[in-house]
Design a protein around this ligand. Structure first.
Ligand SMILES: *Cc1c(COP(=O)(O)O)cnc(C)c1O
Length: 222
């Protein structure tokens, strides 16, 4: 199967309200260009340096999503062009994104990454950290004018147990729904980013509106 074929198969299986992020980390520009020529315009990368290198040489109508863990000191490299940052997991990071967005005269869209997996290792905000950020957003509409929180992102436990994965996705969906009524100038939940190659169908059935798919499009990574 070619990249274009894989892409079309997945794209045609997705409901209209679900957005596909083609996760192209570790893959060469020539592979990304095959997806581009097949119509894909949203690419997800997990390293800022790699994403920036690709962004510089690829067509300018691509939307670049940062899906990986973000180090505060590297935000400045993607601030001029990044379209959505999925992995925002601290207020410190949010403040830095806001600062760099302001320098570039932009508003950068962000998703808060919520910790839903059993594993300790996965990044993400726990309940109290989320509440802390939400209360700042509610009470201070002045200081974060260059970011907009558009939704939540989560990753399920790496397991074969479908019930476990489903439980975690539904959990995130319930947190998403519980916060939908909060709407401010820089907070409006529209996007629920959950689901990868192995679990995106389950994620969609649990309410995902954005899936991040890599290996099913580009093949396995080394
Ligand atoms: C690599 C990655 C994906 C895609 O994983 P596949 O299993 O290849 O589809 C999705 N989300 C994040 C955060 C990733 O790092």
């Amino acid at each position: 199967m070619s990249i274009a074929n894989n892409l079309h198969t997945i794209q045609s299986s997705l409901p209209a309200h679900v957005t596909l992020v083609a996760v192209s980390k570790t893959k060469p520009v020539s592979d990304l260009m095959q997806a581009y020529e097949a119509g894909q315009r949203i690419f997800g990368e997990n390293k800022i340096q790699e994403m920036t290198d690709k962004q510089e040489v690829m067509p300018k109508d691509i939307n670049w999503h940062m899906i990986g863990h973000v180090q505060t000191n590297k935000v400045k490299y993607m601030a001029p062009y990044v379209n959505l940052i999925h992995g925002v997991d601290s207020f410190k990071l949010l403040k830095e994104i806001n600062k760099q967005a302001a320098k570039n005269n932009r508003i950068i869209d962000c998703l808060l990454q919520i910790h839903i997996a059993e594993e300790e290792t996965k990044f993400g905000l726990d309940y109290s950290e989320l509440d802390e950020i939400l209360s700042i957003i509610k009470n201070d509409t002045q200081s974060l004018q260059n970011i907009c929180i558009k939704g939540f992102m989560g990753m399920a436990t790496f397991t074969e147990d479908q019930n476990q994965i489903e439980k975690e996705f539904l959990h995130l969906k319930s947190i998403f729904d519980a916060n939908k009524t909060l709407i401010t100038t820089n907070f409006k939940l529209e996007t629920l980013s959950m689901g990868m190659s192995g679990d995106y169908e389950l994620a969609i059935s649990c309410g995902s509106t954005m899936v991040r798919i890599g290996s099913s499009i580009f093949g396995t990574r080394n």
